[in-house]
Design a protein around this ligand. Structure first.
Ligand code: ADP
Ligand code: MG
Length: 249
């Protein structure tokens, strides 16, 4: 394994602070994620995990600090932002598929609109992605005709269609019936194995143990621990993490 300088980070947050009114939601966050790394973010509800993800995708502004993707600082707005955002795929808890478009159209919309791909190429690429996540046969259907697990796999395919450099997952399985969780996690594990850079907010500790290079534990807007999964799970350093894990396991 080669040791990379911090500046080689694909995703880099330096001194990031964010308030919602009086509430200090992100407190001096420093986080570097290298190419191919899988970072699982865990922590109690309200600790700032979603805000962190949304800030990385610039769905949320930050007050101070800097976020860069592949060495490029996140721009404020405009066309540049749309392109940079395309580098960051995001999958949410609620699948957020476009309800009035087919599964195939859900996946081709971004490449056609943002990346100006021609329809034939976009269709072909989208079909390959849908096959890859195991829902190729669903391509002509509408989102409501699919199960939650299938819809979430479509959401992953849709994000991948933009050829992102990093994928963010914000509790991608929390809204799913238990029997569908694994079909989504399996796709994510596969993606991790293929070398995708991933930041994953999840309470699925099995996924963290299997796929994470690092576990980042957040509490009260701060990164409290940042360790390899085996270290974190067997020997958490802080009382906050010990307490959190004891309630989880
Ligand atoms: P987590 O994902 O870890 O549960 P969030 O990032 O969603 O935490 O929220 C962190 C804190 O910020 C919570 O106290 C939440 O209520 C608050 N918060 C999140 N979004 C907003 C918002 N748009 N306006 C005001 N407060 C918010
Ligand atoms: Mg959240």
């Amino acid at each position: 394994m080669t040791i990379q300088a911090a500046s080689d980070a694909l995703v880099s947050l330096n001194g990031v602070n964010k308030h919602f009114g009086q509430l200090h939601v992100l407190k001096d966050i420093n986080l570097q994620v290298k190419k191919g790394e899988v970072v699982v973010v865990i922590g109690p509800s309200g600790s700032g995990k979603s805000t962190l993800c949304r800030a990385i995708n610039r769905l949320e502004t930050i007050d101070t600090g800097e976020i860069s993707i592949d060495g490029k600082k996140l721009p404020e707005e405009g066309k540049e932002l749309a392109l940079l955002r395309a580098d960051v795929g995001m999958v949410f808890q609620s699948f957020n598929l476009f309800a009035h478009k087919t599964i195939l159209e859900n996946v081709t919309l971004g490449p056609i609109k943002v990346k100006k791909q021609d329809k034939a190429t976009a269709d072909k690429d989208a079909m390959a992605l849908l096959e890859r996540v195991g829902v190729g046969q669903q391509a002509p259907k509408m989102p409501a005709q699919l199960s939650g697990g299938q819809q979430q796999r479509v959401a992953i395919a849709r994000a991948l269609a933009m050829k992102p450099k990093v994928m963010l997952f914000d509790e991608p399985t929390s809204a799913l019936d238990p029997e569908m969780i694994n079909e989504v996690l399996d796709v994510m594990v596969q993606l991790a194995k293929e070398g995708m850079t991933m930041i994953v907010v999840t309470h699925e500790m099995g996924f963290a143990r299997k796929a994470a290079d690092r576990v980042v534990f957040m509490a009260d807007g701060q990164i409290v621990e940042d360790a390899k999964p085996e270290e974190f799970f067997t020997n958490p350093q802080s009382n906050r993490a010990k307490d959190f894990l004891s309630k989880l396991l």
